[in-house]
Design a protein around this ligand. Sequence first.
Ligand code: MOS
Length: 734
Amino acid sequence: MSEKIIGAAKPRIDGPQKLTGRAKYSSDNNLPGMAYAYGVFSTIARGEITHIDTSVAKQSPGVIDIFHHNHFPKLYHTPSSMAQENKVDEVRLPFEDNKVYYAGQFVALVVADTFENARAAAYKVKVDYQKSAAIANLDQAVERNGSKMQKKSNHTRGNPEQAYGSAAKAIDATYYTPVETHNPMEMHATVAAWNDGKLTMYDTTQGVVNARNVYAKVFGLSQDRVEVLTPFLGSGFGSKLWPWPNAIAAAAAAREIGRPVQLVVPRQEMFTTTGHRPETRQRMRLGTDNAGRLVSLRHETVYTTSTVDQVDTYVESCGKMTQGLYSCDNLSVTHAAARTNRGTPTSMRAPGAAPGMFALESAMDEMAEQLGMDPLEFRRRNVSDTDESKGLPWSSNQIREAYDQAAQRFGWAKRNPAIGSMREGNEIIGWGMASCNWEAIRRPCDARVSLRADGSAFASCATQDIGTGTYTIVAQAVSDVTGVPLEKIEVELGDSSYPSGPISGGSWATATTLPAIAAAGRKAIEVLKEYATSENGAFPDAKPEDLTFEDGQLKNTDGKSIGFAEVLKARQLASADGEAHTEGAPTETYAFRSFGAHFVEVRWDPGISNLRVTRVVSAIDVGRAINALTSRNQVEGSIVMGIGMARFEQTDYDHRDARPVNNNYAEYLVPVHADQPDIDVILLDYPDFKFNEFGARGIGEIGITGIPAAIANAVYHATGKRIRDLPITLDKLM
Ligand code: MOS
C-alpha cells in the first residue's frame, strides 16, 4: 500500500465538490440577517482627509451605517509577529486616523441591506482631501528620500570588492522588475458574524491560525472566542497570507450593527489594498578566473515598500538564493527599502527569489558569454556542494542531475551559440536556460486522525487547501499509514479550531503537515491496540506490543488478523483517535533547498515583431513528490506564471499621482491559453529523508524562479537584445 499511494497520480478528492458548486468559498456564505459592506477608496495617494460628507449617502436606499475615521470603534494593534503567528502586513488599523498613504486605501465603509445598495451609497460618500506630493515609484523614492538598508537580511563573506578588482573577467549589470499584483481568481472576501461575544470569520486566508490570532488581538478576545473558516480558496499567491484591513473592517462593522456583514474587496482594490510584489532594481557584479570559476559575486537590491508603517514589515529578499546556490568565497547580498505611496507589498509566489533569480540567472548568462563558455557548463562549474552562507551541507542537492536530464530532454547539445543563428521559416529560434532554486521550510504542526467503526478514517488540521491539492495529499498520508483507501478517508482543513497547522505558503504546507498527520495516524493505531487488548477486546489475551498493524488489520503473533472496524465494533466504540505534534526541520544540521533547471525555446519573428515562448523543459528536484499529478500541476502553473512575469505582468502607476492605471483584468496582462508553450516537467525522485519521513520538500514556488531569466536568455540568443527590465514587451525588441 505505502509505496503505491505516496507518489501516486491521484486527482483531487475535493474535485467533485468544486465542479458541482458545492464547495463554499467565503462570499458564498449567506447568513440570516446578513448585511453587505462596500468600501469607499481613496482617490489620492498621499495626504489627509479634511472632511467626509455622508449626508446624501445616508439617504440612499437600504443604508444601515457608514463608517470612517470619525465613526469607527477603537481597536487594538496586533504585535504582527510571524513567530507568534499574529502577523499582518499593514500594521495600521482601518480608519485609524484621517491619513492617506496610498490610492485605493479604505477611507469609508458603507453597510447596507444588499450589495447593490451598499455600492450605490458608497459612490455618494463625498470625501475632501488635503493632497500632498505622492511618491509614485522606485526612482522617485530613491531620489527624494534614498533607501534604507535592511541589515538583517544582508550577507557578506570574504572580500568581494577586492576579488572583483582582480578578477580575470567581470560583468556589472543592473536589472529591473516592476510591481506585480497577485490577482487570485477569488477576491478577498469576509463574512463576519458575532454571537454572544464570539467572532466567526468566513474568510479568504492562506492561514486560518494566523488570522484567528490576529482577530483575537485586534478585538481583544481570547483565541478561543474566534473561529476562522476557510475550507476552500480560489488561490492567493501570497496576497492572502496575512489579513488586510478589509477583514478587520468587516468584523468591526458586524459588531457595531449587530448583524453579520459580508465584505468583498472589488477587483480594482485587489491592486491597492491587499499587497503586491514590489518593484526592484538589482545591481549584479560578477567576477571569475580564466577557468570560469566565480571569484566575486555581489547582488545589491533596492525595492519599494510603503509609507504606512513606522516598522519595515516586508523585505523583498532577492539575494536569498544568491547566497548559496553557487560556490564563491567573496560574496555579498544587500537589500534596501525605498518608500513609495503604494499599499504595503507582501510575499508573492517565490518572494525575493522570483525577481532575484531573474537578476542572478540573467547575470550568469552574461558572464558565460563574456567567458565564451556555454551557459550550462558555466553553471555546472560553479554549483555549490554546501550552503556556504550557512556553512552547512545540503540535505540533498540534485541540481547536476537536473541539468543533465533537462538538457538531454531539451536537446541543448544541438544549440548553436551564435546569436540569431537558428532559424525556421520566418522565425529566429532562441534557446536559453537558467537554474531554479527555493528554500525548503518545515514548521511545527499538530494534527488529528481517527480510525472509525464504519471502516473509514478521518483527519483534521488547521491548514488550508489553497487549490493545490492539500486535501488529497493529507488523505494519501492517512492512507499510507492506516491502509484505508482514499475513498474512505474524510479530510477536514481550513478551520482554526482544528489542531494548529501551517499557512499555505512558502511551499511548506506539505512538508509540515504530512509528518503530523502520519504521527497522529500512528497514535490512533496505538489507541486501537489498547482497545483490542482490553478484557472484552478483539485480542483479549494479547499485549498491545504483540500486535502489528498493516493495511487496516491488526495481527497477533499467531497470524490472526482482524480489521480495525471489527476491533472497534467489538468494544462498541465509534473510533480510535490519535493527535500528534511534530517539530520543524533540523536547520542547525543541514541547509534545505529545492533545486532545478529550466530550458526554454522562444521564437522571434522580426517581420511581424512577434515573440512566442514555444517550449519549456524543466527538471525539478523537490525530494519526493507526494502526488505526481498535483505536483506536476504546481510546476506547470509556476512556469506559466513565470511566463507572465517575463512577458506581460506589470502594475503601472501614474508617475504624477501614484495611482495604479491598469488595475483590472483587461489591462493587467497575464498569459492566456494561446501563450502556453509545450511544457515538459521532469520531477526528479530523490526523497529527502533528512527533511521529513516522506522525503518531500514542497513544490509550490520553485517553478517560477529562473523562468523569466531563461526566457530573457533565450530572447538574447535569438535577437542579440539583452533585456534587463521586465516584462519583455515587444517594443523592447524592435
Ligand atoms: Mo506564498 S508567496 O508563501 O503564498
